[in-house]
Design a protein around this ligand. Structure first.
Ligand code: 3HC
Ligand code: NAI
Length: 711
């Protein structure tokens, strides 16, 4: 046995316990330990059967994801070698039971399915989430799961990755019994029943009654493929998972396993898988801030308050209510307060109508939101989030008022999307308690929370903000203070190029089409129509003083604003919209763009899809590199996590900085130099990008600290 796996003997039963915290992943040593324990159970005549159980919080949460990078880089030549072990388990002459608590995910569920029987704690979950990492189950999950759960459920679980709860696992035949109370005792009792019955151990690979036939299966596969094309756009793993389950229905178990292996390896070596694994670890890395140790004390958040019940404030209040935290919601007038509350109620009602949660949950959440026109009750709030209009004078006024009414330990957060957090903090006598909490619209849906630390912000306030993000089920990324912070600052040059491209001859639908094909949820111009052309106009007005004379500015946004084409809200922007909000290209707007461009002396030409992607993506990357060098983002992966969770960047591209690494920084840098020669100083390459490109390095090297420091 190894330290990672122990075997104890009780009442004639061998109990294999996995001890590989935190999640009992199948790291090197674990499969070997299980094999050794199994051998001892088989050889020890005093033992009549065996149980596998996880030590600590969980059963096995899957293969060790860190190992995949070692396999694809060639560092680990052994590959994923679970299959022979699972075959040995299944072929064991003594009955074996898997006892599941916590999560049996991926390889964990695959191990459990090789056992003859499975019992489960009521709170446990099982799943094949490999597709979220760009791979498919690689240890016969796609072959054993349909034999237990049927083809439809297996396709759903393997191709879309969502876990299921213990009750459903029982219902679908994935487990044999739910154990209330002590799991091990229940597993022992279950095994003893099986031993007493003298039935031969049941091998999952022998089951065929749920595999269906061509006629019943064909529509299941067709529907799943259609769904995968929609919700897993650009991700071949979902289709591969469907193919692998299909193989289970058409080939022998052994042949099906072989087919699964081929598909698994194809996916494992894909860039999409590397990108998704980067995102998995990135999401966990962003919570680690070098100067904020894990032990940093956090403030307890029992009561919250939000100022402004508009687009953002309403969503932020919902976040707190969803987390069970009472929240005061303050507005400037009764009419606006009623309007804000009506939107919240409508959002919740939509969720109830769609069956996401029952009416009682909605009622409970609504009851947690207390509308108000005064500061009454603010003295008890542990955090206040301001979401009033984007104007420095107003923000300062509000923070000055908060300073007077809030207790000394209350966190004062601003949801500003661009403004200087230090200047806002200076309006209070406690800048150390002030921080930016930048949510993304719709605030109750989007997962990103940019946490903007000011010069004076206390570490405890930052640590509490990260804890709040977790509590609100968001991904909190700590960033520095500058105009637009990380996400919106990068969006600025990206959007600028998208508009320049239409002014140079591409049609709006060409630009948006290329970006959509690249994988973005929507192109920049469609996004502007959604966010509001008037919003962009207002931001430009606030920043007029920052514009350098003689530097090209996008022209068309102002033109649309002057025409009252504010985007979807007015039924027209870059595009027209029908009553279902379908986008309709408008030739008159295309002509207007051409006319505006020619008046400004901008030559028209054919623009390729490649140029659209390079101009927009490299603008994003170049600004990202500047942000990194300035320390506004801690790591390149922080930028990626921001873009993946706040801006609809395709997860299978790993984020803009990861994408840059896959293109090669030398190529990106050289192209930026060409753009600089053609378009001037807006394209000045970031010094960090230049340095990395010249040293043949990547942003991943930067994150590992593998940079040569130059004077
Ligand atoms: N391999 C390696 N490390 C893992 C891991 C895994 N499978 N699962 C989690 N971890 C690490 C995390 O990176 C984190 O490390 P850190 O503390 O250094 O940041 C730590 O374990 C704790 O993880 P979380 O912060 O995510 O803890 P939670 O309690 O919030 O969630 C969990 C636990 C639900 C198990 C979640 O971690 C999870 O979903 N993990 C991934 C599960 C998965 O995808 N399994 C399939 C793997 S692929 C596979 O099995 C292939 C097979 O078919 C051959
Ligand atoms: P909004 O116009 O929808 O809502 C602002 C609300 O604040 C209005 O209802 C207004 O009546 C209220 N308000 C103004 N002064 C007030 C006061 N003194 N007391 C109480 N309420 C007051 O604006 P939106 O879009 O919600 O923006 C709010 C903030 O969030 C801005 O700073 C904006 O930059 C930021 N933001 C906006 C995003 C978006 O997509 N709309 C995304 C991220 C941040």
């Amino acid at each position: 046995m190894s330290e990672l796996v122990s075997l104890t003997k009780q009442d004639g039963i061998g109990i294999i316990t996995i001890n590989n915290p935190p999640v009992n992943a199948l790291s090197p040593g674990v499969p070997e330990g299980i094999a050794a324990a199994l051998e001892e159970i088989e050889n020890d005549e005093s033992l009549t059967g065996g149980i596998i159980i996880g030590g600590g919080q969980t059963f096995i949460a899957g293969a060790d994801i860190k190992e995949f990078g070692k396999i694809t880089s060639g560092e680990n030549k052994r590959g994923v070698a679970f299959l022979p072990l699972l075959k040995r388990i299944e072929d064991s002459p003594k009955p074996l039971v898997a006892a599941i608590h916590g999560t049996a995910f991926g390889g964990g569920l695959e191990v459990a399915m090789a056992f003859h029987y499975r019992v489960i704690a009521p709170t446990a979950q099982v799943g094949q989430p490999e597709v979220n990492l760009g791979i498919i189950p690689g240890a016969a999950g796609t072959q054993r799961l349909p034999r237990l759960a049927g083809v439809e459920k297996a396709v759903e679980m393997c191709a879309f990755g969502a876990p299921i709860k213990a009750g459903d696992a029982l219902k679908y035949g994935i487990v044999d019994r739910v154990i209330e109370g002590d799991l091990l005792a229940g597993a022992i009792a279950f095994l003893q029943e099986k031993i007493a019955s003298n039935e031969p151990p049941r091998r999952t690979c022998d089951l065929t009654d749920k595999l269906g036939d061509e006629a019943t299966n064909a529509p299941i596969f067709a529907a799943a493929k259609k769904q995968a094309a929609k919700v897993r756009r650009g991700q071949p793993a979902a289709l591969a998972a469907i193919d692998a389950v299909e193989a289970a229905t058409k080939l022998s178990f052994e042949e099906g396993v072989k087919r699964e292996q081929e598909l698994f390896l194809e996916c494992l070596y894909s860039t999409a898988s590397k990108a998704l694994i980067h995102a998995f670890f990135g999401e966990r890395a962003v919570a680690k801030i070098p100067d904020i140790p894990k032990a940093t004390p956090v403030y307890e958040i029992k009561k919250a308050a939000v100022i402004g019940a508009g687009t953002m404030g309403g969503g932020i209040a919902m976040n707190y209510a969803n987390a069970g935290i009472p929240v005061l919601l303050k507005e400037a007038s009764q009419e606006l307060l009623d309007k804000g509350l009506a939107v919240i109620r409508k959002n919740y009602q939509n969720s109830v109508n769609k069956g996401r949660f029952p009416q009682e949950v909605m009622d409970k959440r609504m009851a947690l939101i207390t509308p108000t026109l005064t500061y009454d009750g603010f003295a008890e709030a542990d955090i206040v989030t301001e979401a009033v209009f984007e104007g420095m004078a107003l923000k300062k006024q509000v923070f000055g008022e908060l300073d007077k009414v809030c207790k000394a330990t209350c966190i004062l957060a601003s949801n500003t999307s661009t403004l200087d957090i230090d200047e806002i903090a200076a309006a209070t006598t406690r800048p150390e308690m002030v921080i930016g909490h930048h949510y993304f619209s719709p605030a109750n849906v989007m997962r990103l929370l940019e946490i903007v630390r000011g010069k004076a912000t206390r570490k405890e306030v930052i640590a509490t903000s990260l804890a709040i993000a977790k509590k609100l089920k968001k991904v909190g990324v700590v960033v520095g203070n500058c105009r637009g912070f990380v996400g919106n600052r990068m969006l600025h040059p990206y959007g600028r190029e998208a508009i320049f491209l239409v002014e140079e001859g591409a049609r709006p639908q060409d630009v948006d089409g290329a970006l959509y094909e690249f994988g973005l949820a929507m192109g920049y111009l469609s996004m502007s129509d959604l966010a509001g052309i008037d919003v962009g106009w207002r931001v430009r007005q606030e920043a007029k003083h920052l514009e350098k004379p003689g530097i090209r500015q996008p022209l068309i946004g102002d033109k649309l604003y002057e025409m009252g084409r504010y985007g979807q809200k007015t039924g027209a922007g870059f595009y027209d919209y029908d009553e279902k909000r379908n986008r309709i290209p408008n030739p008159e707007i295309e002509a207007l763009i051409k006319e505006t461009a020619s008046e400004a002396g901008i030559a028209q030409r054919d623009i390729s899809k490649d140029e659209i992607i390079e101009r927009t993506m490299y603008a994003l990357i170049n600004e990202g590199a500047k942000i990194l060098e300035e320390g506004i983002a801690l790591r390149a992966v922080d930028i990626d996590i921001i873009y993946l969770n706040g801006y609809g960047y395709p997860s299978w591209r790993g984020g803009p900085m990861f994408y840059a690494d896959t293109v090669g920084l030398k190529k990106v840098y050289e192209r930026i130099c060409e753009f600089q020669a053609q378009h001037g100083e807006l394209w000045e390459p970031a010094p960090l990008l230049k340095r990395l490109a010249e040293e043949g390095k990547t942003f991943a090297d930067f994150d590992k600290g593998g940079l040569t420091v130059t004077a």
